[in-house]
Design a protein around this ligand. Sequence first.
Ligand code: NAG
Ligand code: NAG
Ligand code: NAG
Ligand code: NAG
Length: 447
Amino acid sequence: MASSFQKLTSACFVVLLIFVVCALTATNLRNNQVSLSRKLKTEDSQSFNNSTIAIRREGVELNEHAVADPDQVALLQTNEQNITERRKLGFFSCGNGNVIDDCWRCDPNWHMNRKRLADCGMGFGSNATGGRDGRFYVVTDPTDEDMEFPKSGTLRHAVIQVEPLWIIFKRDMVITLKQELIMNSYKTIDARGANVHVANGACITIQGITHVIVHGLHIHDCIRTGNAMVRSSPSHYGMRSMSDGDAVSIYASSHIWIDHNSLSKCADGLVDVVMGSTAVTISNNHLTHHNEVMLLGNNDLYTQDKNMKVTIAYNHFGEGLRQRMPRCRHGYFHVVNNDYTHWEMYAIGGSANPTIKSQGNRYAAPKNRYAKQVTKRVRTEKSEWKKWNWRSEGDMLVNGAFFIQSGEGATANYESASSLAAKPASMVGSITSTAGALGCRSGKPCY
Ligand SMILES: *[C@@H]1O[C@H](CO)[C@@H](O)[C@H](O)[C@H]1NC(C)=O
Ligand SMILES: *[C@@H]1O[C@H](CO)[C@@H](O)[C@H](O)[C@H]1NC(C)=O
Ligand SMILES: *[C@@H]1O[C@H](CO)[C@@H](O)[C@H](O)[C@H]1NC(C)=O
Ligand SMILES: *[C@@H]1O[C@H](CO)[C@@H](O)[C@H](O)[C@H]1NC(C)=O
């Protein structure tokens, strides 16, 4: 007891001291960090396989990162709090009906409590822990020069590690990835407090892994890349074939939460969930300027997707979108309290007998009188699709929008497609008013 208390005290003292130094000599600090990261780089190139172990042994990374951000203080404090209890009280309620955000967003000390976010997820992806049980990793370097041996301090170096990591950003940056960012399990990318764009290059690939949270990024202008060697973990790299060019591609993965990102203008989908993925929540995102927005299941014949469960909640489907919000196959899809202000062709579509529960959304149809239907059954005869369970419950249909329901409405099916309690559609404008990446500043609620 005594010794752990001592450790705590001395850790606090070190952090405090570093803060003082930080405040007094910002320039010196910068120089220190340059030399620290040089040291890391050398270690990495000597023995990449052992870099994580080496870093932990030396404590180099930890110190550098403690200097770079107050989160190390948060790490010590989080243990003292009863998150479950406080969440139940809706302690930080923002008063706009968004029960996911109520759990953290209006806490002015959100930056001291970053990992609380991992306990705030709802819907089918709510058990995604991300990097909650790991250390913080501060991304300091926006470059992506070496895909086989990523440099320490880059986003790519962070996401490939085996250990759980809560990844944050030292400052605003634009990261143009040369190849897909192949993530490893148990990672949170938390861009709160910085304006971080993953743009004009490859984007994020979540493949064959579990427990990932992606929060607060601007992801746009993603292009197709591939036919290159890319590292996916400290011990493995391999040849990637051409990618589709999705902003976020979720492939054979589970327990994934994509929250509060601003997504637009990519070569293929904005968020695609395919090949046996399940337990996914896509919430609070602002999606704009894109054709094929969300594909949930990519093949009518891929019956493993019958287990797919995805929650689409509190998103704003905005300007310049055409179709697939989402387009579903096989599984169970809960589309709840989203704001649809723009579509050119349709909003909700699908094939291969997906179960879709649309609840408490606001669907505002476009002017085009041939595009008023919310729903679209893709290349299927009515005799067939009339059996599919697609139900609209409490949706607000605006500007002539209409939702064609189907199926017997078997209760058991809709139970399987229920993942969080819907609010009245009249609240959707308020709930989604802060969709997309937030402007978060230390000491203030995030807006
Ligand atoms: C990793 O580090 C350990 C201890 O430092 C060493 O014994 C081992 O040989 C290293 N392994 C590799 C693959 O370099
Ligand atoms: C946290 O709150 C829950 C619910 O009230 C309670 O059961 C639990 O004992 C509390 N844990 C701690 C460590 O206080
Ligand atoms: C989350 O985990 C709990 C405990 O293991 C489980 O009971 C629950 O069904 C899970 N929720 C989802 C949505 O997977
Ligand atoms: C890591 O270690 C494995 C097995 O020891 C080896 O096959 C691989 O080439 C190593 N990778 C690097 C980058 O050193």
